[in-house]
Write a protein that binds this ligand. Structure first.
Ligand code: MOS
Length: 714
């Protein structure tokens, strides 16, 4: 739809920033032209555990163009963690090059700064390190005795699971495994940073720039008001850019040392070792149910690894606390310190992996009970969040399941696994429920109105980021709606820490939070305008400006959660249906088609929302069929180090996806009725695919990814 004639939200308009992107005009972090720019290249350790006993930088320093070689010996002293096993957050400090200790393979042990990128890369290879090596803890199984309760506790229980299991007619106790995965957004992590007398300016690729500014300020022990971070465009993040990682600090450290602006671009291989990963999870699920399908107990115990110096836990049990009604429930998370980098949030952290376990287990139970998997879920629905007794602001999970089953042709599935085929292909249908927290976070925005040739033009400013999701577009639509002007007359400026503060992009709160912040600023502008205009019969915004004798008007607004929001449990819901075909002999399989039904509040733009959901489906499919990072068992380096060996789905894998949105406006979630959509799409896709494979083959797949050899081997 033409964005020029369109007004307001709800229309499937093309992206307002689309042309900038396809013509290469949209600038990403490493594309800014900064005068006197020099380049830094990180050096990675070649052991997974131990310490540096000697190093020689002389050859590197003697190379043409080299300005500095920085290692733990000459790096400046940064803020330090107060204790070992520091709980990691999006605002954690990032100490780097602070000691001779090596904690994981590929950890930064130095950096070369040079006039050109090539000079820096070349010289980085000439720095010589001597290590005293210790045996690294890189074996998941062998680390199990070291499992501990993380400091930030997320254990939960209600009722008594043991007695719930005793009351049950049918029980299940299975463990589901997901491997180490990597985020790998298309745009590499990068920073162009300059340090000027304690003032920092940084072009960054960050999801949350206010937090990035805080990390920089806290790590260098300076005031946040002296830090300016700009991320106007971000080429994907998927959680890996929620926090400012070590390269951000290294680039600024380098700039401080050489007195020039520095570009630090993390290489694709370094994105395996120096940004983030999702850890391997082993999730044990226990379920008890009566013959009629009524749940009597649910428990979810997750075991994962973290690094030896920071703690990160993915709350896989979140879904099990709230998705189905049961009086007896328990959720635990345990961590093991290992010599791998600290994991961090990735693509629906908690729900994506947790739902694979829970929704696979629910499917297994349905077969054990001889019930339709759709009906088994519907039977255990609850409109009150059992984990906190708060009503859901809205929950249309049953409606998603019913509509999806009808539209997908669920009745054509083979009731007995392994009994439907097309030539040499076994055909199976799978279903899974989907849920994802839909937070609404405090957000501020500024809007500037200008009257030009009797038309109102508006500029919206906020420090929000567009990580590829369509924030520019939905915000232009929101301003258009609340100022009652065409989308074409709205300019949106994002990604600058000098603009009003937002929570940034993460956790599926972006659309709801940003749009309501923009709404609040526009409502303030209209209120101010009407106050100045006084009694008038002017109705249009332009007429009000004229009646007020104003050429420009600036207003700021803030939106934040109210009491009603806090009194409810706010989630988006959905259902995923998948048909797979599995070759009887080779185990090769195809995702034939997929239907995702989503209930996620008001849809601001059906076109960008569709992109979000199918993107989520592709990521869920990646998780199910391809993605895994392999650790070399002796040395602790990753065997998968590029896209040649870390596989993701391609278009052909995902040829046929349909999306249906249930019409909904959740006015409890926020005034505009919007709920998060970004991560809902991925949630449960893996379970839906694994459940379809079971339906096709009779083989239950409890370990991802579902590669062909698992289909044919017992
Ligand atoms: Mo998301 S994993 O909160 O970017």
């Amino acid at each position: 739809m033409n964005s020029y004639t369109s007004k307001g939200t709800g229309n499937p308009i093309n992206r307002v920033e689309g042309k900038l992107k396809v013509t290469g005009m949209a600038k990403y972090a490493s594309e800014f032209n900064v005068k006197d720019l020099v380049y830094a290249q990180g050096i990675n350790s070649t052991i997974a555990r131990g310490r540096i006993t000697a190093l020689d930088t002389s050859e590197a320093e003697a190379q043409k163009g080299v300005l500095a070689v920085i290692t733990f010996k000459n790096a400046e002293k940064l803020a330090q963690y107060e204790k070992d096993l520091h709980p990691l957050s999006t605002t954690s400090i990032q100490p780097v090059l602070q000691s001779n200790e090596v904690h994981y393979y590929g950890e930064y042990v130095g950096m070369v700064v040079a006039e050109t990128f090539e000079q820096a890369q070349y010289a980085a290879r000439l720095v010589k390190y001597t290590y005293e090596e210790a045996t690294p803890d890189i074996d998941f199984e062998a680390s199990k005795p070291k499992a501990y309760k993380p400091t930030e506790q997320s254990d939960y229980s209600r009722g008594d699971v043991a007695s719930g299991l005793e009351e049950a007619d049918v029980t299940l106790d299975e463990t589901y495994v997901t491997p180490i995965e990597h985020h790998h957004p298309m745009e590499l992590h990068a920073l162009i940073g300059s340090w000027n007398n304690g003032n920092v300016q940084a072009y960054a690729s960050q999801q949350m720039i206010d937090n990035a500014a805080k990390t920089i300020a806290d790590t260098f022990k300076i005031d946040k008001k002296n830090v300016r971070v700009m991320s106007p465009y971000v080429g994907g993040g998927f959680g890996s850019k929620l926090a400012a990682k070590q390269h951000v600090i290294l680039a600024l450290m380098a700039s401080k040392a050489v007195g020039r602006p520095v570009q630090f671009t993390v290489t694709r291989t370094q994105m395996f070792t120096n940004t983030n990963l999702r850890q391997r999870n082993e999730q044990r699920i226990q379920i008890g149910a009566k013959k009629d399908g009524t749940l009597t107990a649910l428990s979810h115990d997750t075991l994962s690894h973290t690094s030896t110096y920071e703690q990160y836990q993915e709350s896989c049990g979140t879904v099990t606390k709230m998705l189905y009604k049961t009086p007896n429930n328990s959720v635990t998370h345990r961590l093991m310190p290992m010599n791998l980098q600290t994991p961090f949030a990735m693509r629906a952290p908690g729900e994506a992996t947790g739902s694979f376990a829970l929704e696979s287990a629910m499917d297994e139970m349905a077969y054990k009970l001889n019930m339709d998997p759709v009906e088994f879920r519907i039977k255990n629905d609850t409109q009150v969040d059992p984990s906190n007794d708060k009503p859901f602001s809205s929950r249309l999970l049953n409606e998603c399941l019913r509509l999806g089953a009808k539209e997908f042709g669920w009745e054509h599935r083979p009731k007995t696994p392994g009994t439907k085929s097309e030539g040499n292909w076994l055909v199976g249908y799978g279903v899974s429920g989907a849920s994802r927290r839909a937070p609404f976070m405090k957000t501020s925005a500024k809007v500037i109105l200008e009257l030009k040739s009797n038309e109102v033009y508006a500029t919206l400013q906020m420090d929000a980021t567009d990580i590829g999701t369509g924030s520019y577009t939905i915000l232009a639509q929101t301003v258009s709606e609340y100022l009652d002007i065409p989308v074409a007359q709205v300019d949106v400026e994002l990604g600058d820490s000098e603009y009003p503060v937002t929570p940034g992009s993460g956790g599926s709160w972006g659309a709801a939070s940003f749009a309501n912040g923009a709404r609040a600023a526009c409502e303030q502008a209209m209120k101010d305008l009407k106050a100045v205009a006084g009694a008038t019969d002017a109705t249009s915004t332009a007429a009000l400006m004229q009646a007020s004798n104003l050429n420009t008007l600036e207003a700021e607004g803030t939106a934040e959660p109210d009491e009603e929001y806090k009194a409810h449990s706010v989630f988006s819901f959905g259902a995923n249906f998948t048909e797979v075909w599995v070759d009887k002999d080779t185990g090769v399989f195809r995702i034939k088609r997929m239907l995702n039904v989503a209930s996620c509040g008001k849809i601001l733009n059906p076109k960008t929302a569709f992109g979000q959901i199918i993107g989520g489906c592709a990521m869920g499919a990646g998780m199910a069929i391809a993605e895994r990072t392999e650790v070399e068992p002796n040395y602790g380096n990753f065997i998968t180090r590029s896209f040649a060996d870390y596989h993701v789905p391609v278009n052909l894998d995902m040829a046929n996806i349909d999306v249906i949105y249930l019409p909904e406006e959740d006015k409890i979630a926020n005034k505009m009725g919007i709920k998060g959509i970004g991560e809902l799409g991925i949630t449960s896709v893996a379970a839906s695919i694994a459940n379809a494979v079971f339906n096709a083959t009779g083989k239950r797949m409890r370990e991802l990814p579902l590669t062909p050899e698992k289909m044919i081997l017992k």
